[in-house]
Structures are given as C-alpha cells and as structure tokens.
Design a protein around this ligand. Structure first.
Ligand SMILES: Cc1ncc(COP(=O)(O)O)c(C=O)c1O
Length: 389
C-alpha cells in the first residue's frame, strides 16, 4: 500500500479517458449514447458514470476513488453536502421499528436528524454520553440497526472509543457509522478499526479551501451500492464542479492537516495556561480526560479544531472574537483561513437553548478552526485579544 502523501497524488480514470495530468471536469448533466444497445447497457448499469449525472459522473467517480483509498475502504459515494451524506446513510439503512444509538453531542444537523426526523418515521433513538463506553454498550438492544458516532465531536472535541463501538455492534448484529469530518483520514481511519461506514462533510478539511459544499460516505462495495440506490432517489448528488474542486483540494490534504495539527496543539497549550481561559477542549493536550484514547485512536495527530471557554461567559467570548484580527467570525472549519465562532449562538439558534445546554455547550465557549497562517501570528492575535500586552 502506498503512503498517504503518494496516494493523494494519484487518481484512477475510467477506461478510454484522456491523458490529461490534471482531472478533467465533466460538467454535464447527461451523456450521449452511441447506439441503442449501449443506451440500454448504460441505463441498466448501477453507478454508470456516463449515463446521467444523478447516477454517476466521471469527475465525481475520480474523487470517490481517491477518498475510498484514503479511508482504506472499497467504495465511496460523493454527496452534495455533509448532511446529504449523513441523512442518505441513516435514512438509507433504517426501517420503521428499528432502533438507533446516537451521541449526546453531535454536529447539530445530525442531532436534528436523530431527534426530529427519525422519530417521525417510527425509528427509536437512544442518545448516550459518547465518552462512556458502558453507556453505549447498555443502550444497544436486539432492535439496534445502527450506532452513529462522531469522533472527535463538534464542538467539544470529545472522543468515542471506536473499538468499543465495533465490539458492541458485532454483539447486536448492528451497523456502525462514524462521522470522521473532524478527525480526517490523515489522523484516523475508522474503517481499519472495523467501523462499517464513514462519512464526511467534505466541505471541511477534505476540500480545504472554504469554496465547495460536498459530503461522502465510504464503506464496503456492498453497502455503498445499496445506499447508491436510495441516493439517486433522495437526490443529494455532488455537482461535478464541486468534485473537481475537491480533487484539487485533496492533493494537499496531508500537508494541510499536518500543519493544522501542529498549530492547533501549540494554540491549545498556550490557551491552557492563560488566566482568562477556564477550559480548553483539545484531545492532544495531556490534560484532556481522553488523551490516552486519543493517542491510541488518532495515530496521525489530533486535528485542526479546538474549543475553549472564556471565564467571562458569552459576552467575553463575543468581545474576544470581535478583537481577533486574523480569524473571521464564520461557521465551518478545515480551510486555509482560521475561523472563530460561538457555538452557543449556533447551536441554540438551530436546536434551541435546552438542547444546546444538554449537548454541554457553555455560553462562553469559542470554537476555533485552525487555518494555515503562521502559528506565531495566530498566537500573537490570540494573546492580544485576551488582553495580553
Ligand atoms: C462534524 C460535522 N458533520 C457534518 C456536518 C455537515 O456538513 P455540511 O455542512 O457539509 O452539510 C458538519 C458541518 O459543520 C460537521 O461539522
């Protein structure tokens, strides 16, 4: 197997493709059949990438091949957004009467899917504290079809022990789905631990440039082919141009993530010692309650997202973000430019105050998405905004 940096420089093209070194952008909704026999063949071949772009597209297929290789999986399905991937995977797998185990803390769109959408279709969801392996084991039943995890989780960077989740799922004959958006395949590869399906918001680190929306689901060919059927009905299809931008962004994924890992750790160590900060959430810190698990599970590094609590609450967090000069106040993460937000405002606005509080989001919490700026410039900006002279 090639090392990840080399993998990222290579992509497979379909038979008869042109010999361009850079990916070819097939920005087309439909494809001409050369004759009636080939039309019938195209129409009846699952995931054909030269029939109709909702079924498949060569540029999309090229990005799918690269992401599957990165995650160590057989197959990948690109979607229009991360939520497109999450809802396609979940709704494509569960049936009325099934039971799902999910986390107390997820990206808020996933929380909404679990708390508002699934119950409407007769699917029962049990939400557990994801840091408690016993709680996950205790929540699974003979009806459990799916265990959904996100590690590290947005926005508190809590970890879920994937080996434990795999063991629990095996015992109950359930499937496992892991959101690896924050982890990235550079730092951890859940499929290699035995997780059945991984999904990403490719809008984040995979794309890396804050310029595209996409998502993906990776796993065995059997499961992905099964989900593809539903995907063509749900219609959360990746646009070829987004797939092309994604391929371009992916070439530098390893370089970017390695740098973001290093910078995030430096910032976390600085913030941990700062008197205005009451708590830093970053699994790379030795003081993080799950640091030992992070070292086992995140062999490549601890990621480019961190969050921290200002002792002065929401108003102090607000003042702090206002005075930052480098990071923009904007949602999202994983791109070239650092971004800072207040999760209390984001989560409460979407899922309500009570659900945000239940997810453990303190009013003074700031989420910091580390970009590619020089770490010393970010440290200076942080220090100045926290009142250091
Ligand atoms: C962990 C995680 N999963 C999924 C999503 C949804 O992705 P998208 O915004 O691409 O739909 C997000 C978005 O922020 C996220 O942070």
């Amino acid at each position: 197997m090639k090392r990840v940096d080399t993998l990222l420089t290579r992509t497979e093209r379909g038979p008869g493709s042109p010999s361009d070194i850079a990916p070819v952008l097939h920005q087309t909704a439909t494809f001409r059949a050369v004759d009636d026999a080939s039309f019938i063949e195209m129409a009846s071949t699952p995931r054909h990438s030269g029939y109709y772009t909702r079924d498949g597209n060569p540029t999309v297929a090229e990005a799918e091949g690269l992401i599957a290789a990165l995650e160590g999986a057989e197959s990948c399905l690109l979607t229009a957004s991360g939520m497109g991937a999450m809802s396609t995977a979940v709704l494509g797998l569960v049936r009325q009467g099934d039971h799902v185990v999910a986390q107390r803390s997820h990206y808020m769109g996933t929380t909404q899917l679990m708390s508002e959408v699934l119950p409407r279709f007769g699917v029962e969801v049990t939400v557990v504290d994801q840091t408690d392996s016993q709680a996950i084991a205790g929540a699974a039943t003979s009806k459990t079809r799916l265990i959904v995890v996100e590690t590290p989780a947005n926005p508190l960077l809590t970890l879920t022990d994937l080996a434990n989740v795999v063991e629990v799922a095996k015992r109950h004959n359930a499937l496992t789905l892991c959101d690896n958006t924050i982890g990235t395949p550079i730092n951890q590869q859940p499929i290699r631990i035995g997780i059945d399906l991984v999904m990403h918001s490719a809008t984040k680190f995979l794309g890396g440039h804050h310029d595209l929306m996409a998502g993906c689901i990776v796993g065995s060919r059997k499961l992905i082919d099964q989900l593809w059927r539903e995907h063509t009905v749900f219609g959360s299809v990746a646009d070829p141009f987004a797939a092309w931008l994604l391929l371009r962004g992916l070439r530098t994924l390893a370089l970017r993530v390695q740098r973001q890992n290093e910078t995030a750790l430096q910032l976390a160590r600085f913030l941990e010692k700062h008197p205005s900060i009451s708590r830093v959430h970053y699994p790379g810190l030795a003081s993080h309650p799950q640091h030992a698990l992070a070292c086992r599970q995140m062999a490549g590094g601890f990621g480019g997202l961190l969050s921290f609590e200002l002792a002065g609450g929401f108003a102090a967090g607000n003042r702090f973000i206002n005075s930052l000069q480098l990071p923009a106040r904007a949602v999202s993460f994983g791109g070239f430019e650092s971004l800072a937000t207040q999760p209390a405002a984001m989560w409460s606005g979407t899922i309500g105050d009570a659900a945000a509080a239940a997810a453990g989001i303190a009013p003074g919490l700031v989420r910091f998405a580390v970009g590619l700026e020089h770490p010393d410039d970010l440290l200076e900006d942080l220090g100045r905004s926290l009142g250091d002279s």
